[in-house]
Ligand binder design. Structure first.
Ligand SMILES: [Zn+2]
Length: 359
């Protein structure tokens, strides 16, 4: 590991879309004012990183420029602080970085809906992120103290995967009554968190896992027992759900896929149920639903986008309390130089859980 005093540190760059990441160095900045320099301990690899790598969001300023340093799931240790940073974040403090940062305060951030800011400025997506030895946090307000989190690197994905699923399940939970059926569609890394939250926040519900891959069902089952699961190959998934729910349908759906799933699974939603859309894999695609049955059955459809800063604090608290297992969803750790291999493994669908780069 290079000390930041040398003035530069190791980083991995996206220099050209859809091309291998390049190793290099970055200038180690000196934190000023509210800024905090952290030594990166864990930087998670998320599906959004694949989208950024492909360049599909570049027209929207994600990333703002190349070369670019990826990863928005960042955990680290405070190295140096600006002169206006409170003592709570003194040198050596383990922290998680809230990724859904913003450039200008607005009505949404003022209300605490920080995930809906009109000027998102997300490390690893818009600006430089965690695939480097040191990361400059623009403001200490984005830091969550990670004391009591023994495996800091494994906690990095709590800032996207663990947060996104938390907000989604909290949205669905008020609709779910004892003995209702709740389905999670997509049992990869996100599913590993979502299933745990459903167990905690809908403890008397029946949890159904749905995934095209038997291995994904096994993966999530090894972390949280499912009441039942469906692997919809070319069978009729709707009749499978009818059978599993004894005709009552699903009271809540957490859709972590979002690609051609809404038009199918909305039809399995019970009266008064809620469908929470989380996955962005189908962005750009169109799903068709029936307005008639949505009205007559009072079905609720909700989008859920990452999570707020307040929810990020709650997620870390749940991990600290041991209410959720944040280590088991992490299935691979790799050095900085292997970040590209991890990205490719995710791109080609070989990854079941979350991967973390440990610079
Ligand atoms: Zn993400």
């Amino acid at each position: 590991m290079h000390m930041p005093d040398e003035g530069r540190h190791r980083a991995v760059y996206l220099t050209e879309f859809r091309k291998p990441l390049s190793p290099g160095t970055a200038e180690t900045p000196e934190p000023r004012g509210e800024q905090v320099l952290i030594r990166v301990v864990g930087a998670g690899i998320c599906h959004s990183d694949v989208h950024v790598w492909e360049g599909v969001w570049s027209s929207t300023g994600a990333p703002r420029r190349l070369p670019h340093i990826q990863s928005h799931e960042i955990a680290g240790v405070v190295e140096r602080v600006g002169e206006r940073v409170p003592d709570a974040f003194r040198e050596g403090t383990g922290v998680l970085v809230y990724a859904w940062q913003w450039e200008h305060d607005d009505m949404f951030t003022a209300e605490g809906l920080t995930n809906l800011s009109d000027s998102p400025l997300v490390p690893g997506i818009h600006t430089d992120g965690g695939f480097q030895e040191y990361y400059l946090v623009p403001h200490y307000r984005y830091l969550i103290n990670a004391s009591g989190i023994s495996d800091l690197a494994a906690a990095a994905p709590l800032t996207c995967g663990g947060l996104t699923t938390y907000r989604a399940v909290r949205k669905a939970a008020p609709y779910v009554r004892p003995d209702d059926y709740v389905a999670v569609i997509g049992l990869g890394g996100l599913g590993a968190y979502a299933a745990q939250y459903i167990r905690k926040f809908c403890p008397q519900a029946n949890l159904i896992g749905i995934d095209m891959k038997e291995s994904a069902v096994d993966f999530v089952s090894s972390i949280t027992p499912l009441d039942s699961h469906i692997v919809p190959h070319d069978g009729d998934v709707l009749s499978s759900i009818r059978a599993e729910t004894h005709g009552s349908g699903l009271r809540a759906v957490i859709d972590l896929v979002g690609s051609g799933t809404l038009s199918t699974y909305i039809r399995a939603l019970a009266k008064g149920g809620i469908y929470v859309l989380v996955g962005l894999m189908g962005s750009g695609k169109t799903d068709t639903i029936s307005p008639g049955s949505t009205v007559l059955l009072e079905r609720n459809i909700s989008g859920s986008y990452v999570g707020t800063l307040a929810e990020q604090h709650e997620v870390v608290a749940l991990a600290r309390k041991g209410v959720i297992d944040y280590r088991k969803p992490v299935t691979a750790r790799m050095p900085l130089d292997d970040a590209y291999a991890g990205l490719q493994a995710l791109h080609s669908g070989q990854v079941l859980g979350r991967q973390v780069v440990t610079p």
